[in-house]
Design a protein around this ligand. Sequence first.
Ligand code: SF4
Length: 431
Amino acid sequence: MNLVIESVGQGEAIAKAAIGRKLQRMFPNGCKRVLLVNPMGVPEEDYDINVAVQNRYPIYPPYGLGVLSECLQRRGYEANIMDLNFEQQAALKSFPQNFKYNIWRKWLRKKIDDLNPDFVGLTCMFSVTHRAMKQVAGYVKELYAQLPVFAGGVHTSGVPELVLKDCAGIDFAGLYEGNTSLPDMLDFINGKQPESSLTQLCTIENEQYIAITERAPVESNDLNAAADYRDLKIEEYSSLGRIGTYYWLFDDATRASTVLSNRGCRAKCTFCSVRHFNGKGVNDRDVNAVVDELENLRDRYGITHIMWLDDDLFYKEKRTVQLFNEITKRNLGITWDASNGIIASALTNEIVHSASESGCIGLSLGVESGSDKILRAVYKPSTVKHYIQAGEILRNYPSIFTRGLFMCGFPGETISQLTDTINLGREMQFD
Ligand code: SF4
């Protein structure tokens, strides 16, 4: 059976009632304590120990889980985080002779036994992690059949029905950013909010896929929440793996981490999942909240390099300049990079000047194609003219390493258009 009840009109109320009943059934004693888990980045069958030994797998602090943990705690819930991706890499580097991929099972079991959480929340950002998430969810259910398991993250939000059907260990899939919707759900479970407050949540009940696709309104407090990583060793992450694509520009002793300044992107490129996950437009965080977060990372963990997680870092010129000037004014002594692509049409002299002053050492531009026809067809927010102008501006800042992100093989793309792309890359003179 493959019926879908989505949050449109009457269907919304039906979906909320059905999911509400399941939540009440699965949490008869309410919900106070949460364990958020970042699964291994690569499933066992794809894991290459030689790659791991060379620190070539990405090891990112789980920023989304950190923000969720902060938002949950602000509502009075206990949130703990376990990063199996990090733990596994740390174990490999410490005890290479005795390393076994499935060591995570022992750690997870101990963590659950020690904490006794009311539910386990798994994140899955990229499709490559799907099978690892499935393994973790299955293991949790194997040990603790009654313990509810949730999944979230970009991959889960993109294909929630597939995730729920393929991963029998997952009871609920949270959609999109969960910073407000997850605490709302806990409030509902604990009788503090009505069923109508449930948003962004899916499940399978009686073989029927049920989805509430309504988004929770963006709450300013949640938007400005800084990641609280609990007891994760954020200071060790960049010594065990890759953060961003400019890691080779700083020395091994430099500690790097990530921060998000804006959520979402102004554009709606046809091949990109950002708009689906973050919704329409951009929600920009308060500049001081962002710089406070940078300062805290430096003071608490010794972080001196930041990779922005933003998909539209240069959204709003005035605010962007203000952000970089505030970093300079506070003399944070950090460097930063924008490994995710910058929108070329947003790049101005003023922004790049303030970026350079505030410690920018690497910028990537999402170019994709040198053909305006292709750029229009995929709704790219920049034109060839913008790219050429951006290249000219960036050449005035030799201390910033520049990189272009290109795509080839668009539907209907001709050899001539591909040649235009190569020529544009040359003309922009990326490093
Ligand atoms: S500009 Fe980049 S982040 Fe924004 S929609 Fe396009 S590809 Fe996605």
